[in-house]
Design a binder for this molecule. Structure first.
Ligand code: ADP
Length: 485
């Protein structure tokens, strides 16, 4: 596979701890597979708890030196990391496609997105600032300093193997924190390549560490080690709940980017073509495997049939295949469980009266490929609307009026992303105010970039990533009551 890379040294088959590559896992090794072919790409070590404790100790040792630098000094290093990631976009994208399966064009997009967080937080590093207030008594001042939280842990998912790391590591490092990253077992190679580039950029030993291993085995060390002051997690709500409970024992700060069940509301007054484009973008990116993926599409009765026909026509034409094949828009799903879940959602829906208007089953390519699917006549009691499908299925649900649409959209424990299409500005304001969501795309299916605060309400999470707010997750306030100041 090294022949695939312009710079073969970006392929690292070792954990990165305290500035050194650790090739021997005390618990053995595990294989990384290409979901498009099932072929083994590489093996990486399986670290045990003690090795992970060593990584946390390395981050702890590196902390005083790193936090003592000025914001500007850290910015210079982060900027170099951004430049290197940008320079190696093609290789990083290849690694993403190889281990995650998304089409290469999308993988390039992910690397650009991932790099944007490093650039953004390199800039923000210089802007961390406190406040001074008058105290109740005239003789004193209230002085508020912002300080790095300390050693942080990032636990990240496989669906965006690069961006979910930089969205955490860049603000952490900018703030003066050090970090131990545990990438998903399916996609460690991208994470290790990012660590290699961070090292080349001059990020000092121990400031950024990447541990690889079995989540259940090393997770308790990451969530329980008292030296860790902060846990930032992106993944399922189910696992998030477990990690929150584990982190509670040592009262760690937490950021949680959890599951979603994003509703889409398409009103009669929408621009139909724009809405179809937007739903395709919001649903089929990464073959539906994103926490902001459109999961339920509510379409008003007046345009329902036209919308369904046009969406079905477009989705029926989407090229499916290996992410390296030119023109492919839909790659494989990540594993057999994902395929089984998607199949179950289709079976449950059709069993309860839904109509398949595009796709509907496994793809003739076999393996982990599934046909991009559109289901019409879906109702709110079907699994496909109640659960996060995480696959290439659009369920279309008919609604009559705005109040009904809002009620259906909010009828979930999740509140990450939502989307709406309407050309009526008054309606847009009303619905935007009424939706229980952290993010809302209005006449767009593309909402994520480094300038916007990413995060959810309800059981979709705690905290925000990116934006001017994102660095606060890695900063503590220290208040000085200064008498005579
Ligand atoms: P997904 O559904 O996207 O795979 P998960 O929530 O299962 O999301 O996984 C997200 C991340 O959480 C991965 O890095 C995974 O290894 C990790 N993870 C899963 N279970 C645990 C656990 N019990 N302890 C620590 N990390 C875990």
């Amino acid at each position: 596979i090294t022949t695939l890379l312009d710079d073969p040294t970006l392929l690292r088959r070792a954990a990165y701890v305290g500035g050194a590559w650790v090739a021997d896992g005390a618990s053995g090794a595990f294989a990384i597979t290409n979901p498009a072919t099932g072929a083994t790409i590489a093996h990486v070590p399986r670290l045990d708890r003690e090795q992970v404790a060593g990584a946390i100790a390395a981050a702890d040792q590196a902390l005083p030196g790193w936090r003592a630098l000025s914001g500007k000094q850290r910015a210079v290093i982060l900027r170099r990391w951004f430049d290197l990631v940008t320079e190696h976009t093609e290789d990083l994208a290849r690694l993403v496609t190889l281990e995650e399966g998304k089409p290469l064009a999308e993988a390039r997009g992910e690397i650009t997105y991932a790099a944007s967080f490093i650039e953004w937080f390199a800039e923000e590093a210089k802007r961390v600032r406190g406040d001074v207030f008058g105290a109740p008594q005239p003789s004193a001042r209230v002085i508020v300093l912002k300080e790095p939280v300390g050693v942080c842990v990032a636990i990240t998912p496989w669906n965006f193997p690069a961006a979910m790391i930089t969205r955490k590591a860049a603000p952490a490092l900018a703030a003066g924190c050090t970090m131990v990253v545990k990438p998903a077992e399916q996609t460690p190679l991208t994470a290790l390549a990012l660590a290699e580039l961070a090292a080349r950029a001059g990020v000092p030993a121990g400031v950024l560490n990447v541990v690889v291993g079995q989540a259940r085995e090393i997770g308790p060390e990451l969530t329980g080690n008292p030296a860790v002051r902060k846990l930032s997690f992106t993944g399922s709500t189910e696992v998030g709940r477990v990690l929150l409970e584990q982190a509670a024992a040592t009262v760690k700060k937490v950021s949680m980017e959890l599951g979603g069940n994003a509703p889409v509301l398409v009103f009669d007054d929408a621009d139909l073509d724009a809405a179809v484009d937007g739903v395709i973008a919001a649903k089929y990116r990464n073959t539906g495997q994103a926490c902001v993926s459109a999961n339920r599409v509510y379409v008003q009765s007046g345009i329902y049939e036209r919308f369904a026909a046009e969406l079905a026509r477009r989705v029926g034409q989407m090229p499916v295949g290996d992410g390296f094949a030119p023109g492919v828009m839909q790659g494989p799903l990540i594993d057999t469980n994902a395929v089984a879940k998607v199949e179950e959602h289709v079976r449950d829906a059709t069993g309860h009266g839904a109509r398949v208007v595009a796709g509907g089953g496994r793809h003739e390519l076999g393996g982990l490929f599934f046909q991009p699917t559109v289901l019409a006549d879906v109702t709110s009691d079907m699994l496909v609307t109640r659960e996060e499908t995480f696959g290439p299925i659009t369920p279309l649900i008919r609604f009559d009026d705005e109040a009904e649409a809002v009620r259906l959209a909010n009828a979930t424990e999740f509140g990450l992303a939502a989307y709406l299409w309407s050309r009526d500005a008054a309606r847009v304001w009303r619905v935007a105010a009424a939706l229980e969501t952290g993010m809302l795309g209005i006449n767009t299916g593309a909402i994520s970039h480094e300038i916007a605060p990413f995060g959810g309400v309800k059981q979709s999470g705690i905290g925000r990533e990116g934006s001017v707010y994102g660095i606060d997750e890695y900063l503590e306030l220290k208040y000085l009551a200064w008498e005579g100041a």
